[in-house]
Ligand binder design. Structure first.
Ligand code: SF4
Ligand code: MG
Length: 332
């Protein structure tokens, strides 16, 4: 089946005092229609930067895509102008972010903000937009949409606001939804409800979803496939069952081992010794996990591991699993 989204060798850099630092380093993956693909990693690993790169929402002052391609539904997004991409963003590709960073405007009513999206992308009358907004709010589990439509964001709970954001995101029936930590700020019960809602909407519309999270529990609950990111690179990519039952990369194993047995909101990853190298201290060559890896070998600091298929589409970037590699030197 042809992928809906194909990201090829994406490299995104931030300019810090005149020097480029790669926040996303040579990332490639595909998303099929109707698939839920998870991206998991510690904060600062590049997962948000990558998703913003896909739909060209990087902060203009600093972030820029250095190389690579993003092919969505046959269109090369990186080659598109701002006005061309505006027609796709919010319509064919939508995003939701972590509440309260979601972009509900405090000075406009919920109804106004929903209808704005509809007017932007659809030929629709005022009356139709109001009716469609009410129907959308109902579809995200809001019980009195006729009342809520005239309310302002501050009158809603965090969970309700996130439901509204989902309603806005799905208003034009996107083919792809990118959800970046959509439930992280919500309490556990509301989190479960929102994830359930996302799952229902995904199934009903056969929408593709990229779900970004630091929470492996969310991945297990929601995803078909998962990519583990570390320091701007994908270090493991496989189906969810394989990731949990047969992880290969030492970092993934540590992540899985760090899941506390009881509850889980807490810093799950803090039990891995050491810290992720910061952007400006990223080693120029070798494995970026080498300073924390319990299995590191001398060559890990000089040879950059490539993401390679170790069987049945299970991809791992670790020298332990490479079948053929040069004795020394960085590969590009
Ligand atoms: Fe550890 Fe080396 Fe594998 Fe990196 S390449 S994960 S340092 S063993
Ligand atoms: Mg993030």
């Amino acid at each position: 089946e042809a992928p809906l989204l194909e990201v090829k060798n994406l490299q995104t850099a931030f300019d810090i005092d005149g020097t480029d630092y790669n926040a996303v380093d040579n990332v490639s993956f595909k998303v099929k229609p109707g698939q839920i693909v998870g991206i998991v990693g510690e904060s600062g690993c590049g997962k948000s930067v990558m998703s913003l790169s896909i739909i060209k929402l990087l902060p203009k002052e600093s972030g820029k895509i250095k190389s690579g391609e993003v092919i969505f539904d046959g269109l090369n997004l990186e080659k598109m102008s701002e006005s061309q991409i505006n027609k796709i963003r919010g319509k064919d590709v939508s995003m939701i972010f972590q509440e309260p960073m979601t972009s509900l405007n405090p000075v406009f009513t919920i109804g106004y903000q929903l209808q704005e999206v509809l007017f932007n992308h659809l030929k629709i009358t005022k009356q139709e937009a109001r009716l469609k907004s009410i129907a959308l709010l109902k579809s995200v589990g809001i019980s009195r949409p006729e009342k809520l439509i005239d309310e302002y964001p501050h009158q809603l709970s965090g969970g309700m606001r996130q439901r509204v954001m989902i309603a806005i995101a799905i208003a034009c029936q996107p083919k792809l939804l990118i959800a970046d930590e959509p439930t992280t700020a919500l309490d556990v019960t509301v989190q479960a409800q929102i994830l359930e809602l996302l799952k229902e909407i995904q199934a009903a519309n056969d929408m593709s979803v990229i779900l970004i999270t630091h929470d492996l529990g969310v991945i297990a609950e929601m995803c078909d496939e998962v990519m583990v990111m570390y320091a701007g690179r994908i270090i493991e990519h496989t189906d969810v069952d394989t990731l949990f039952h047969n992880p290969k990369h030492p970092y993934t194993s540590l992540l899985l081992g760090a899941i506390p047995k009881m509850d889980g909101q807490a810093e799950r990853l803090s039990s891995i010794k050491g810290i992720v190298p910061s952007l400006i201290n990223m080693p120029a060559e070798g494995c970026r996990f080498a300073n924390r890896c319990p299995k590191a070998m001398p060559e890990c600091t000089t040879i950059t591991p490539l993401l390679e298929d170790v069987g049945q589409g299970h991809e791992v970037a670790c020298l332990l699993f490479e079948t053929s590699r040069p004795k020394e030197g960085v590969r590009k």
